[in-house]
Design a protein around this ligand. Structure first.
Ligand code: LLP
Length: 416
């Protein structure tokens, strides 16, 4: 996205956005989101019956959700608020699936009343709660069980979800009898199975292992006379974060699934998040100052770990690019202003010589960037901008001190 006018996002100069909105600011390319969506949907079109549900946790900006809704997206949600956002964005309830180990009764009730596509239960206790709620509301929700297949996803430990001992899902030995128990339930239609083993998977192996195990589970159920209509394979398809890193293409991923589960006649549900939005987003930041200490050059940005937590939490790599486009010749540790030693975006990065006021872009920040941000150090949440062609619009404004103060209340024994 670089040319002679410096760093551009679609046809807009990134620096001009930074000038207009101030920094830090998240910027998303609508065309990149639409393209990723189309690439994914095209790859899985080898399955006659399928629903693609965007993982809202990866990017919950309403404009982004509306773009996806217009492209026909469903939603994978993990909270009552995500349900509300997805519905308000125009995603039909019939295309929404709900996972999560701690769904509250209120959240389950809202999902049942909305008539969502499928609730993926993560425990026997939750299945009972869903059945109780179904009885009260008089609806018969479609339910799946999230099974823990005990597969090592070979990704960062903090984004591995499907190994034994993880809090997610139910072990197969415990899940199998539950299908039998609820097979003829009047309260719920237990007809789905979900398996999600982790995020940012870059190789075939964990997917193949998972799909093989899923095939074995489906055969077990079939021989027990249990009918499964939907296989929800979760998300997890990784993307390259650094140059030279290779990732699985959606086509290869779909071919793997087809190979292992060709006998399955029902519907597949996909829950991609990162693949759709990661490379369609940048976090723009300004250099507050540079400093030299301990034999190192530091570029201190006005964006911090509160804005983009991934490097601090997962040692995640995000490319840092200077918007000026000048020749990189100086090595910096690129850091944020937050009072934590882990507030480091990248060490030993070669960049053009920077000075206060210069802009940089943290790349591949469209997934799990804004959604994981916080106000730590009382730093307001960054705005979000959507670019389309040569236009851009602020689609979430920067939080103000008034927004932050507005939710703080004085007890009556302390006078303000
Ligand atoms: N479905 C389920 C049940 C999930 O738990 C997740 C992600 C997804 C779908 C979407 O996965 P994706 O396609 O985006 O890999 N904050 C971490 C990632 C956490 C992922 C949690 N679950 C990060 O920044 O890398």
């Amino acid at each position: 996205m670089k040319n002679k006018d410096g760093f551009r996002i679609e046809n807009v100069s990134a620096a001009s956005i930074a000038e207009k909105t101030g920094t830090p600011v998240y910027v998303y390319s609508q065309s990149a989101i639409e393209k990723n969506w189309a690439v994914f949907c095209d790859a899985v079109s080898v399955f006659p019956e399928r629903t693609v549900c965007f993982a809202v946790k990866s990017n919950a900006n309403m404009a982004v959700l509306r773009v996806l809704a217009r492209s026909g997206a469903g939603a994978d949600i993990v909270s009552g608020t995500e349900l509300e956002l997805a519905l308000r964005a125009g995603i039909p309830a019939g295309k929404i699936v709900f996972s999560g180990v701690g769904k509250t009764e209120e959240e389950i009730t809202a999902a049942v009343k909305a008539g969502i596509k499928q609730i993926n239960a993560e425990s026997a206790e939750e299945l009972e709660t869903i059945a109780d709620i179904a009885r009260k509301t008089g609806q018969r929700p479609v339910v799946g069980i999230r099974v823990n297949p005990d597969v090592d996803a070979h990704t960062h430990a903090k984004i591995t979800t499907g190994t034994k001992g993880a809090k997610f899902g139910i072990d197969w030995t415990d899940a199998c009898p539950l299908y039998r128990r609820y097979a003829r339930s009047d309260d719920i239609a237990l007809s789905g199975i979900e398996i999600h083993v982790g995020s940012q998977l870059l190789s075939e192996k964990p997917f193949r292992e998972t799909f093989k195990k899923t095939a074995a589970m489906l055969r077990d159920l079939e021989s027990d006379g249990v009918r499964i209509d939907t296989v929800d394979v979760g998300g997890g398809l990784g993307v390259p974060y650094r140059s030279g890193e290779s990732a699985l293409s959606p086509k290869t991923y779909a071919a793997l699934l087809k190979e292992e589960l060709s006998f399955f006649q029902g519907e597949f549900v996909f829950e991609p998040g990162r693949f759709i939005v990661a490379n369609a987003g940048w976090l723009l930041a300004r250099v507050v100052r540079t400093k030299r200490t301990g034999g190192k050059n530091f570029a201190v940005l006005d964006a911090g770990m509160n804005d983009l937590l991934r490097p601090a939490l997962y040692d995640a790599y995000h490319d840092v690019v200077a918007l000026s486009g000048k020749e990189p010749d100086t090595v910096y540790d690129v850091v944020g202003p937050v009072c934590e030693s882990s507030d480091v975006f990248g060490r030993d990065r070669t960049l053009p010589e920077l000075e206060a006021g210069d802009y940089v872009a943290l790349c591949t920040a469209g997934a799990y960037g804004a959604t994981m941000s916080s106000t730590y150090n009382c730093r307001p949440l960054a705005p979000e901008v959507l670019v389309k062609g040569d236009r851009f619009a602020v689609v979430r404004r920067r939080q103000t001190v008034e927004d932050m103060m507005g939710v703080q209340l004085d007890p009556d024994w302390i006078s303000g």
